[in-house]
Design a protein. Sequence first.
Length: 331
Amino acid sequence: MILVTGGTGLVGAHLLLHLAQNETIVRAIYREQKSIEKTKALFKLYQKEHLFTKIDWVHADIIDVPSLEITFQNVDYVYHCAGLISYDPNDEDSLRKVNIEGTANIVNFCIEYKIKKLCHVSSIAALGNPASHENQITEETEWNPEAPHSDYAISKYGAEMEIWRGQQEGLDVVIVNPGIIFGGGFWNQGSGLFFSAVKKGFPFYTNGSTAYVGVTDVVKIMIQLMKSNIAGERFTVVAENLTFKDVISQIAENLNAKKPKIEAKPWMTTVAWRLDWVVSKIFRTKRKLSKYSANSMHSSEFISNEKIKNALSFEFQSIDKLIKEVISLQQ
């Protein structure tokens, strides 16, 4: 049996969709009943609603050890997609608890129940920091603890350390480090907010860049890695490195929305994150922009995908085609 954590999120839900088409029994955990409806809606979106009943849903939480006892019964393979994504400094404790402690729990159960292989979904945020003589980031780029990192990045790096601990204790593992993931069915959360914001006429852009990938490519790679003899490796999973301006402009063009025309200079984003901090303190609202996030909008580091392309002879879907596909699914 296959177990999927985070089955109600973007990656986990699409993974369940693919697994349900090919596997006999797939188990997924959920924390709230209403969250399952998001995954069910995704199956319906792709006209695969009849496959939804193949999923064995178990009420559990990765930070609640007793609830995981039943979850791991008769499981052979585990895809660990669950995790908290937040760039709000106020969520530091939650990020560490869910992403690090939660992953440690999954690793411990995998070892106890002699799971054959574990696939962990990490992030490019957990990749290393290039030295002055390096022009790209790869899986081998060293993490610099002295460099500035978001709490989210630190928590994902800490989660990876738990995965490597599992490997040292005899567990077969693989790690994938996706870039910003685009995919259908989750328009109002995560990367889907790119699309909803641009549709409303988002006027700003920066010339910073990052790496992007389609959720279907992420899922295909995960499944191929799990079925392969590859173990003890991590892979950056990115299709293209693009500027924020280019991505926002492509989305706007396909939505027939206004393209961004105002460049947000570094001083502007500095003012913005400071104002956001003040507003959050006065009105006790959730932070929308942190200092780290503001600075990252202006960074331009190239992330290589050569390792995964060579390992699986994999060809990624172009981001331009992906944007068109995501928008067509929402219309």
